[in-house]
Ligand binder design. Structure first.
Ligand code: ATP
Ligand code: MG
Length: 206
């Protein structure tokens, strides 16, 4: 059993998440990829966030009917600040025999040294950093070597070799989507139609 977790605030979930998850599912030959929405992201503590119930519902709408993906409310049920290490401890208990991966975008990985108990995080799951494949456009992402180097720097052990997974990174973020909604600009194509509809109906991000 090969399972990967993709954590985030998903405020809202968008096609960038979906495509990165699809690539990871393929490349890592996963049985299951689990989206794990945070109750409160410690490093985003002061930013406004849509209610957990909305973010959950949008994730459900985005992945429903897709057997590759599932959703775990573990962090939302735990409430308070969501520390990845707590979630990974629980997964290690639940699925001790599984090959466990934790997926993380290069931007989030850059802040790993600020995470609670980062050495334990990299001991509990294979850390997979989603890096941009191919060249062109935007900032340069970390190479596999740079990823390994950084994990060593925070005290991760050699056994848990981090991987840089070349995934496409669609140039879209939740921040941009929230801004577009606030500016009354369309978001079709940035999120799935069901999610766009949900945002509209519930008047989110206005
Ligand atoms: P925000 O703009 O509010 O920070 P976001 O678009 O970065 O939102 P998050 O919920 O913070 O979305 O992201 C969850 C995870 O998905 C993080 O590991 C992040 O690096 C990764 N991610 C976000 N956007 C993309 C994208 N376009 N392609 C690949 N991975 C992404
Ligand atoms: Mg982000």
């Amino acid at each position: 059993m090969r399972v990967a977790l993709l954590g985030g605030t998903f405020d809202p979930p968008h096609v960038g998440h979906l495509i990165a998850a699809s690539d990871a599912h393929d490349v890592l030959a996963l049985d299951r990829l689990v989206f794990v929405p945070a109750a409160q992201q410690p490093l985003k503590r002061n930013l406004p966030v849509a209610a957990a119930s909305h973010r959950l519902r949008m994730l459900q709408l985005m992945i429903q009917g897709d057997a590759r993906f599932s959703l775990d409310e573990i962090e939302i049920q735990r409430t308070g600040l969501s520390f990845t290490v707590d979630t990974l401890e629980e997964y290690a208990r639940r699925l001790p025999e599984a090959v466990r991966y934790f997926l993380i975008g290069a931007d989030a990985f850059a802040m790993l040294d600020q995470w609670r108990d980062a050495p334990r995080v990299v001991a509990l799951a294979h850390l997979v950093v989603l890096t941009r494949s191919g060249g062109g456009g935007g900032r340069r992402d970390l190479s596999a070597d740079e990823v390994s180097e950084r994990v060593r720097a925070i005290g991760g052990n050699e056994a848990a070799v981090p991987q840089a997974l070349p995934a496409r990174r669609i140039d879209v973020s939740s921040t941009e989507i929230r801004r577009r909604v606030a500016a009354r600009r369309p978001i079709r194509g940035f999120v799935t139609d069901a999610v766009a509809q949900y945002i509209d109906t519930n008047e989110l991000y206005r």
